[in-house]
Write a protein that binds this ligand. Structure first.
Ligand SMILES: Nc1ncnc2c1ncn2[C@@H]1O[C@H](COP(=O)(O)OP(=O)(O)O)[C@@H](O)[C@H]1O
Ligand SMILES: [Mg+2]
Length: 167
């Protein structure tokens, strides 16, 4: 085998991102998905959430909090921009960009959260993440969509080097 053959074999693997589609029949299922992520993900993990109002983004973050061992009530940080929780295994930074324009976000140094600069590295979960003007190198995206059965469907993707726990 010559080097170019090897590249042909490797190239699709290198470019591929993981994709998982999970049906969430009810609120409990959304929380359970979050819990698995919260129990397993390491410091510096970033979860970019998309999906309309009422899609279940905050519910998923509540599950992440439970998986981290946070007992405090997790509510949407729509007016506060970011809520920080420090009582779990690692910190949870819960951001909601709903009320912000992309141009306003640039000067907020949100990357400090996922780079662990001036904060203890933890999990950063971002609602309305499509408003971010820049992205971390590695992240997980979770798009929540309504399912015809009245539940939700989660479409989960990751950048190359992120490994997901069994979900
Ligand atoms: N899989 C699901 N099936 C049905 N309802 C759900 C599901 N997941 C969450 N919900 C419900 O959807 C509502 C809105 O959820 P929320 O997490 O506040 O949405 P968002 O943060 O995306 O606006 C809540 O009442 C929640 O209980
Ligand atoms: Mg919300």
């Amino acid at each position: 085998m010559v080097a170019s053959d090897l590249l042909l074999i490797l190239a699709p693997t290198i470019q591929m991102t993981q994709e998982k589609i999970i049906t969430l029949v009810d609120t409990i299922a959304t929380k359970a998905l979050g819990e698995k992520l919260g129990a397993a993900l390491g410091p510096g993990s970033v979860i970019l959430l998309t999906g309309d109002l009422g899609a279940g983004k905050t519910t998923l973050v509540q599950g992440i909090g439970a998986g981290l061992g946070i007992r405090e009530l997790i509510a949407s940080p729509t007016f506060t921009l970011v809520n920080e929780y420090h009582e779990g295994r690692i910190p949870l930074y819960h951001l909601d960009l709903y009320r912000l324009e992309t141009g306003e976000i640039e000067n907020l140094y949100l990357e400090n959260y996922w780079e662990g600069k001036e904060v203890t590295p933890g999990i950063t979960a971002i609602e309305w993440s499509s408003r971010l003007p820049y992205l971390p190198i590695d992240y997980i995206t979770i798009d929540l969509q309504p399912d015809p059965s009245a539940g939700r469907v989660a479409i989960i993707k990751t950048t190359e080097t992120v490994s997901l726990p069994p979900l």
